[in-house]
Design a protein around this ligand. Structure first.
Ligand code: NA7
Length: 551
């Protein structure tokens, strides 16, 4: 079927039914990993697609997060696209956990290879997207005021793309250099001879700190809440090893489809107390010595729901921190006390704890001495002022719903998405929202995140399948039925019941101390298994989408 039968993009002013013409079949917001792949798939269907991207290039997360030390915490080869055998055949990863510049190169290579840029517009931040029933489509407004219409609106805006600065008085007054990690300059930044402050000790802060500590004259780390970190154990990939990895791709991607969160690691079938103490200790030692997320997502099957089991794992990691940090008082400050291991995203590190043994590094515990202000010269805590040449804000994101909140998205009757999600997101499969016809979310709230590229590919395939179904049946409007949204939202809630991570303030639970209205925890993610998630979605498609109102 030709494009014009799906939507009247070729018509001068109106289609055969008299409806006003649309500029595009689909508008995708964002040229990160999900937007790139969605563009590719929809173009294969013959659709006219436009991607709007705020940045100057492709890559999304890997475009924006160029801070020092940024890299994969998942095995590189499991974190690329799997859809193209040619792409898999031609791309070599240089490290088991690739650094950001390599990943950005990879995504640029993908954009070149599939000629994606010709349908992308950069420097084009979307400020508003309004559904228009007369169009049976969306009108998208850019920062420059221009307006663009399409049948489908596909958000590929990322769960971690709306950076948040701390709400500290005087933040604008600082006269040195300062930067949020997700807005890092494109030019190289030198720390040599500089007095550097880092605020924030999440996964980003940890990667930044271990890098900056190598060259800064002094590095002062402002920590509000310590996180449980574990060793990354990165190493280069030799040519021979890459050949072996390549030969094993089909098997590896099959494994990713079977594991709980699509990672190469998956929970150990044993319960924490089903083994002897010696076996437990040996297993934890093995995990601590192994690369990647194994210690987090490949640990005993019950430790993320059973408090006692969790305490055992936490105690093991606490002992490691005490062994690695020479000053016992500093070690205690680095050991979390308000949440157990694995209940927040576990930052992976390379000699992070050893940084605190360096003479040029100092830890400031904000629970003891809170920041009172940023001053022109530096940072004022309750213990006094310290001068800096540079302040790095590794203070995280308004996660999962934040990127939606920053666009004025309105559905039927002008209802604003932000308003309708004020009490927490309500979705169908994390993809559709009732009252927002023809809008599909990639990596939206209530989807299975896990190994994100794997989840992206599945999400994109599902959305592509829906668009294909509509094209094949001459349908121009899809909305989620309210009962389907209620049932899915309830399912997401019930599946998260009992998870210790849902009792903790973190981006997993949509908590952000720096954003108004985000100081309550919500169920933001689908926390069941990825195979279960796919089974739900596949069943919907196989039945012909009865949960959607299609016409
Ligand atoms: P995170 O994990 O949300 O970490 C943000 C850090 O910044 C965390 O340590 C926060 O402490 C700290 N923070 C935030 N606001 C403040 C203020 N106002 N004062 C002091 N400290 C503050 O974000 P990341 O960028 O590290 O990681 C996000 C994800 O990106 C990561 O999990 C990966 O999946 C990739 P808090 O814990 O709130 O006390």
């Amino acid at each position: 079927m030709a494009v014009s039968q799906l939507s009247p993009v070729d018509a001068a002013s109106s289609d055969v039914s008299g409806a006003p013409a649309l500029d595009h079949d689909a508008i995708i917001i964002g040229a990160g990993m999900s937007g790139m792949y969605q563009l590719h798939r929809l173009r294969e269907l013959g659709l006219k697609v436009r991607v709007f991207e705020a940045g100057s290039g492709v890559g999304g997360t890997w475009y924006w997060n160029r801070y020092p030390g940024a890299r994969f915490d998942s095995e590189s080869y499991s974190y690329g696209y799997s859809f193209s055998p040619e792409l898999l055949a031609e791309w070599d990863w240089s490290e088991h956990f690739a650094p950001q510049p390599e990943t950005l190169r990879y995504l640029n290579h993908v954009a070149d290879r599939f000629d994606l840029r010709r349908d992308m517009r950069f420097h084009s931040r979307v400020t508003a997207a309004h559904y228009d029933e007369a169009l049976r489509g969306w009108a998208v407004t850019l920062e420059d005021g221009s307006r663009h219409t399409a049948r489908f609106l596909i958000t590929a805006i990322g769960p971690l793309s709306a950076p948040t600065l701390p709400r500290i008085p005087g933040i604008e007054s600082f006269t040195g250099q300062s930067c949020h990690t997700a807005r890092w300059p494109h030019e190289p930044v030198s720390f040599a001879g500089k007095r550097v402050a880092v605020i924030g000790t999440g996964a980003t802060g940890i990667q930044t700190i271990q890098e900056v500590a190598k060259t800064a004259a002094t590095l002062t780390i402002f920590q509000r809440t310590p996180n449980w970190c574990a060793p990354l154990h990165n190493r280069p990939i030799s040519k021979d090893e890459m050949a072996t990895i390549r030969a094993g791709y089909p098997e590896m991607f099959r494994r990713c489809q079977e594991t709980f969160s699509c990672f190469l690691h998956t929970p150990d079938p044993r319960g924490t107390f089903e083994v002897t103490e010696a076996e437990r200790e040996a297993f934890l030692e093995e995990l601590y010595a192994s690369p990647g997320f194994g210690i987090w997502v490949g640990n005993f099957r019950d430790y993320l729901v059973d408090r006692e089991a969790n305490a055992v794992v936490s105690d093991f990691v606490a002992r490691k921190i005490r062994q690695r940090v020479k000053d016992p008082a500093v070690a205690e400050k680095l050991i979390p006390t308000n949440h157990g291991f694995g209940t927040r995203r576990v930052p992976l590190e390379t000699r992070y704890y050893e940084v605190y043994n360096q003479p040029n590094v100092r830890l400031v515990d904000l629970r003891e001495t809170p920041i009172e202000a940023i001053t022109p010269a530096g940072i004022l805590t309750s213990a006094g002022e310290q001068a800096f040449d540079m302040i790095i804000y590794a203070t995280g994101f308004d996660a999962i719903t934040g990127s939606f909140d920053r666009i004025d998205i309105r559905g039927l009757d002008g209802v604003q998405l932000k308003e309708s999600w004020a009490g927490g997101p309500q979705t169908f499969l994390g993809v559709m929202v009732e009252g927002f016809p023809n809008m599909a979310m990639l990596m939206g709230p209530h989807t299975a995140l896990g190994n994100i590229p794997r989840s992206i590919e599945y999400n994109v395939e599902w959305v592509t399948g829906l668009v294909r179904h509509m094209r094949d049946h001459g349908l121009t409007r899809a909305d989620a039925r309210p009962e389907a949204v209620a049932a899915w939202t309830e399912h997401v809630k019930s599946i998260g019941a009992g998870l210790l991570s849902n009792e903790v303030n973190s981006w997993f639970t949509g908590y952000n101390s720096n954003v108004d209205g985000k100081q309550t925890r919500i169920i933001a993610r689908y926390s069941g298994s990825a195979p279960d998630y796919r089974a739900w979605c596949d069943a919907v498609a196989a039945k012909g989408y009865p949960e959607l109102l299609l016409d």
